[in-house]
Design a protein around this ligand. Structure first.
Ligand code: C2E
Ligand code: MG
Ligand code: MG
Ligand code: MG
Length: 285
């Protein structure tokens, strides 16, 4: 044990442990403080419908307006929140804020669906469905105006219940997307049984399709497989025009990525949606 190695080591070891525990506690407190002091915000990344040329869905992505560190990205706190018991509260905030935004769009006559990331931990909660329904009811939002995004890991963790929960949401009219598709290790034939509407092909599968024949072969195969099984396909992380050409050729339905736009605060998103809307109307005329 650490103790048997002598007093010096023992002290050093516990000191380090305490520093680590302090760091964790500090971050937990900071995140709770962020929740109560409204330091979180949602940005929205548009998805372009390749068939219509319109933007009809936007993914809600959380940001943390930190008082000293500036805009903190979710990679810096969402995994931490998941492993330290804070994801339910943050997830509840995200859901409420996203549905509230969907209500505004609905009132303003903006035809835009909001897609909301739901973490594996949240999907394990019995109350998730009731929480989503309560939000939709409270804000008077049609269920078809929201989509939830979940990862393979989330479903594989607790298959029976996850499937059941997702089916309930889909019965209500909420659509479900599988996020980061192609990064997991699940059985493909099983994946195809999922109660899902759309598959989001991860950026890692899109990167390189324009200059690596093997990557392109895999991407086109995945897209055809998914579409033949009745799923809509969203390509994530599209950065180059050459990728769009290939994805169109493969029959991909939607693209999301920096080529169209980075995630934006709501007002800027709506301006972009209008610009695309005007263009697509022009094209149809
Ligand atoms: P995700 O759901 O797969 O979201 C896509 C991420 O890829 C976003 O990063 C987005 O900004 C980034 N991205 C989109 N297009 C491009 C591109 O063309 N190039 C590059 N390099 N990146 C692109 P972000 O916003 O940092 O979010 C990271 C992850 O954090 C998300 O991955 C999601 O798993 C998680 N996350 C974000 N918001 C929430 C939330 O509200 N709840 C939960 N549970 N997780 C969230
Ligand atoms: Mg997502
Ligand atoms: Mg994704
Ligand atoms: Mg991803």
């Amino acid at each position: 044990s650490a103790k048997s190695k002598g007093g010096g080591h023992y002290c050093f070891f516990t000191e380090k442990m305490r520093t680590n525990a302090d760091r964790i506690l500090k971050k937990e407190l900071e995140l709770r403080h962020a929740l109560t002091n409204r330091q979180f915000a949602l940005h929205f990344q548009p998805q372009l419908n390749l068939r219509t040329g319109r933007i009809d869905t936007a993914e809600a992505l959380i940001r943390w307006n930190h008082p000293t560190r500036g805009l903190v990205m979710p990679g810096d706190f969402i995994p931490f929140a998941e492993s330290h018991g804070l994801i339910d509260e943050i997830g509840d905030w995200v859901m409420t804020e996203a549905v509230r935004t969907a209500a505004q769009w609905q009132e303003q006559g903006v035809r835009l669906k909001v897609s909301i990331n739901v973490s594996p931990k949240q999907l394990q909660r019995v109350e998730l469905i009731a929480m989503i329904r309560a939000n939709l009811e409270h804000y008077g939002v049609a269920p078809s105006r929201i989509e939830i995004e979940i990862t393979e890991a989330a479903i594989m963790r607790d298959e029976g219940h996850s499937f059941e929960r997702l089916e309930k949401l889909r019965d209500d009219g909420v659509t479900v997307a599988l996020d980061d598709f192609g990064t997991g290790y699940s059985n493909l034939s099983q994946l195809m049984l999922l109660p899902m509407d759309r598959l989001k092909l991860d950026k890692s599968l899109i990167d390189g399709i324009a200059n690596d024949q093997r990557k392109w072969t895999i991407a086109i195969g995945m897209i055809r497989l998914a579409r033949d099984l009745g799923f809509q396909v969203v390509a994530e992380g599209v950065e180059l025009p050459e990728q769009v050409e290939l994805l169109e050729e493969a029959g991909c339905d939607f693209i999301q990525g920096y080529l169209i736009s980075k995630p934006l605060p709501q007002p800027e998103l709506l301006a972009l949606v209008d610009a695309f809307q005007a263009k697509s109307v022009g094209r149809a005329a």
